[in-house]
Design a protein around this ligand. Structure first.
Ligand SMILES: Cc1ncc(COP(=O)(O)O)c(C=O)c1O
Length: 398
């Protein structure tokens, strides 16, 4: 069996990557080592790159259709072999991006001023979309079970928010960015039922679905869908195969009305209804040839998380607490026990450690005492990041 090398260093110089070239503007300092935005310092698998090259060799990149078996079959194959879910062609739809889809469902299913529920901490683009579409953010903070070391929904509060007249949409994130929570079937069923009982539309953003460890623990909202359910699941290959700059995504729903409305919007309002030919080539190869690559990538990420956890235990136990997440390549690290002021910590991470990690505040972290670190890199980079974090906290504790 091929052993893939996830420790290879590939320069991103000249690629205008947001991770590297966008850091100075965002963090206000030069030369920081970036671990913030969610893409990988790991190359897309060779089979996917070969498929893109083959497509390039054709030389013509005109408007492209996705409604054919070379789109449906790989998607169905992936969902069947990874998650044991059988999909029907008519429930799968290509779309420009996951966030485009979330925004479009919001515009279709809510009115200006309506309340949209988010569990907090929340992926930062959700509040941005709510604000940008003149809707109102309605937050329900996730609770934390110290014993199980797990976040969970405050079901009573969620039910009460859903029952409000002005609340019409809930954006669910599974697996959850930034905490890495993987939702159980019971939790999903309860959420779906509460939404349905209260006429609240449900979007499930499952873009991190391929990073559940072990993969058998992932329960997709798709597995609970029945005909005409007011639920839409959106996902893509951007995270799993590091393809964020090749526009694509797809959504799965049994709600024929929302499908028709999104198709109308993509076709006649925005004119984004054809597919990226390179994305389709990538999808076909990724979903038919790269299951083993994803499995090994998850082992590598688990190894990086273990490294971080051991390092914290050994050197930073007075300041940081960290639970290895069951999913994603994003670590959610708490500095609550350090007793340090959040602003001071974030300033020192930049000015003393020379490291760019995302502050908890960005994710509406209630207590603002976390940072999020992207661990999808080779091991040496992670070690370097850890030394920077150690330098920061040792400086602050003086
Ligand atoms: C939960 C979640 N949804 C969506 C996205 C972005 O998806 P897209 O680039 O397809 O809009 C991200 C990227 O970090 C994410 O973490």
């Amino acid at each position: 069996m091929t052993q893939f090398d996830f420790n290879k260093t590939t320069s991103r110089e000249g690629t205008y990557s947001v991770q590297y070239d966008g850091t100075e503007a965002l963090f206000g300092a030069k030369g920081l080592e970036p671990f913030w935005i969610a893409d990988m310092d790991i190359e897309t698998p060779e089979a996917v790159r070969d498929a893109i090259k083959n497509r390039l060799d054709n030389g013509i990149f005109g408007y492209t259709m996705w409604q054919n078996e070379r789109f449906y079959e790989p998607v169905k194959h992936w969902w069947k072999t990874r998650f044991n879910i059988s999909l029907n062609d008519e429930d799968i739809h290509y779309a420009a991006s996951v966030l485009y889809t979330v925004g479009e469902v919001m515009r279709q299913k809510t009115n200006e001023g309506d309340g949209v529920i988010l569990t907090t901490p929340s992926y930062n683009s959700f509040p941005n979309l709510i604000k940008g579409n003149d809707r109102k953010r309605v937050e329900t903070p996730l609770l934390y079970n110290e014993e199980k070391k797990e976040y969970y929904l405050n079901t009573e509060e969620f039910r009460s928010l859903c029952s409000r007249e002005d609340v019409t949409l809930y954006i669910h994130c599974n697996p959850h960015n930034p905490t890495g929570k993987v939702w159980s079937k019971e939790e999903l069923l309860e959420i779906k039922n509460i939404c349905q009982e209260n006429g609240v539309y449900l979007i499930s953003d499952e873009i991190h679905m391929d990073f559940v460890r072990p993969k058998e623990d992932f329960v997709s909202m798709v597995s609970l869908l029945e005909d005409d359910d007011p639920v839409l699941v959106t996902t893509g290959l951007g995270k799993s195969f590091n393809l964020a700059s090749i526009p694509h995504s797809y959504y799965i729903t049994k709600d024929k009305k929302i499908t028709a409305d999104i198709n109308t919007a993509m076709g006649s309002r925005y004119n984004v209804n054809t597919a990226s030919s390179l994305a389709l080539a990538a999808l076909e190869a990724a979903y038919t040839e790269c299951g083993e690559w994803v499995d090994q990538l998850n082992e590598h990420i688990e190894g990086n998380f273990k490294l971080i956890s051991d390092y914290i235990d050994e050197h930073l136990a007075d300041y940081l607490s960290f639970d290895i997440p069951k999913s994603t390549y994003l670590g959610w690290i708490s500095f609550e026990k350090s007793g340090l002021d959040a602003q001071e910590v974030h300033k020192a991470l930049v000015e003393v450690g020379g490291i760019a990690v995302s502050p908890g505040k960005l994710y509406l972290d209630d207590e603002n005492n976390h940072f999020r670190i992207n661990v999808a890199s080779g091991r040496t980079r992670i070690e370097d990041g850890l030394e920077r974090i150690r330098k920061t906290f040792e400086h602050l504790s003086k």
